[in-house]
Design a binder for this molecule. Structure first.
Ligand code: CAA
Length: 379
């Protein structure tokens, strides 16, 4: 499907594919096995300009479009889905809302460090009682003199351990529910900001997932992102873009599963034949390709719509839903094709399977994606 890409997008794809194969692939297994944040890989990605691909050069970004971002996240996730989500959460969940909703002063203060990868970002929306029901946030922010006082705790925060800059959603008018939520930019060194429990996960183990606690955390009045009580829309708009990042991560996992399965089907002999000669295997491979390509085309379509400034919420939800299901399908079939070897750590397909599952959950579950799609159909 490369024919759909521009020359610049194709060149980026080649560059990132080579980087991912040469630099990310060798550490991917060890980093997830030891739950280690691959700091050296993130530094190299930053040197290549991959921490701010879709943001203007004046802020230190790559000045490219969202399709380019999608391609880069897929190529990275082809070898390491943990690295894919580290960069995706940093870019589409932390950098993007500052770029889209920040004041000139906020953009100047935060974007150069984020786009260059000197600082890492995270997105603090989810709470123990506010997952799919993101509007049920209990974290509060109250104006005290010329500062905001934050109290509460956030959960399941990607990059929570490493983040320097957090986008935090808190209720500033609890009875107003979603119309009483405000977004804030919070620096992790602020007194009262604390990294809480670090989660042990089924997959994407090289990326950290933590609690973030706010205990009488005072931040400057000017750190409101967008307008007071308009933060829920900041969250929803940001998640539309974020879902394309996760769709791209899922595509990387699906493609890795397919490519590894094809290689194995060529090589592995049973009954004196490479198993790829058997129809049972061929049908699985054909279905895997169809799933991957469907997810890719939907993600490409939504990315193009975003680049053109068209409304794309439902298309982003469709892309994430399909791409994440493709990742699960392909990873499961890749293990099936590998047989017993697929179930052990000697081959990476067991990791693809573990990494795939979260793409059906974070940044909106598959059920919430269906809700967004149906809501758009029925409006
Ligand atoms: N863009 C802009 N505005 C939007 C919007 C969108 N995509 N979706 C909704 N809104 C607006 C609505 O228009 C409405 O505006 P008004 O107040 O002006 O009427 C407002 O937001 C409230 O909308 P709803 O009544 O539809 O809100 P709801 O409470 O019913 O929730 C939901 C809707 C789609 C279920 C939403 O809560 C949702 O997306 N839930 C999933 C949350 C999610 O994805 N969480 C992932 C967290 S991030 C993560 O995974 C961590 C990580 O680090 C990777």
């Amino acid at each position: 499907m490369d024919y759909l890409l521009t020359e610049e997008q194709r060149m980026l794809k080649e560059l990132v594919a080579k980087f991912a194969k040469d630099q990310i692939s060798p550490v991917a297994h060890e980093a997830q096995k030891t739950s280690r944040f691959p700091a050296e890989v993130i530094r190299q990605a930053a040197d290549l300009g991959l921490m701010g691909i879709a943001y203007p050069a004046e802020f230190g970004g790559g000045g490219m479009d969202y399709v380019s971002y999608m391609i880069a996240i897929e190529e990275i996730s082809r070898y390491c889905a943990s690295t894919g989500v580290i960069i995706s959460a940093h870019s589409s969940l932390a950098t993007d809302p500052i770029y889209r909703f920040g004041s000139d002063a906020q953009k100047a203060a935060y974007l150069p460090d984020l786009c260059s990868g000197r600082k890492i970002g995270c997105f603090c929306l989810t709470e123990s009682g506010a997952g799919s029901d993101a509007g049920a946030t209990k974290t509060t922010a109250r104006l005290v003199g010329d500062k905001w006082l934050l109290n509460g705790s956030k959960q399941f925060i990607t990059n929570g351990k490493e983040a320097d800059i957090a986008i935090v959603f808190a209720s500033t008018d609890p009875p107003a529910k979603t119309r009483g939520i405000t977004a804030f930019i919070v620096e992790s060194g602020t007194p009262g900001y604390k990294v809480g429990k670090i989660e042990h996960k089924l997959g994407i183990r090289a990326s950290s997932t933590t609690e973030i606690l706010f205990d009488e955390c005072l931040i400057p009045r000017d750190n409101v992102l967008g307008e007071v009580n308009k933060g829920f829309k900041v969250a929803m708009t940001t998640l539309d873009g974020g879902r394309l990042g996760i769709a791209s991560q899922a595509l990387g996992i699906a493609r890795a599963s397919l490519e590894d399965a094809v290689a194995y089907a060529r090589e592995r002999k049973q009954f004196n034949h490479p198993i790829g000669e058997f129809q049972a295997i061929q049908w699985m491979l054909a279905d895997m390709l169809m799933e991957y390509e469907s997810g890719w085309l939907l993600t490409y379509r939504a990315s193009v719509m975003k680049d053109r400034g068209l409304p794309y919420s439902a298309e982003a939800a469709t892309a994430k839903l399909k791409a994440s299901e493709a990742a699960m399908f392909c990873a499961s079939k890749a293990i099936q094709i590998h047989g017993g070897y697929g179930y052990i750590e000697d081959f990476p397909v067991e990791r693809y399977y573990r990494d795939a599952k979260i793409t059906e959950i974070y940044e909106g579950t598959s059920e919430i994606m269906r809700l967004v799609i149906a809501g758009n159909l029925l409006k």
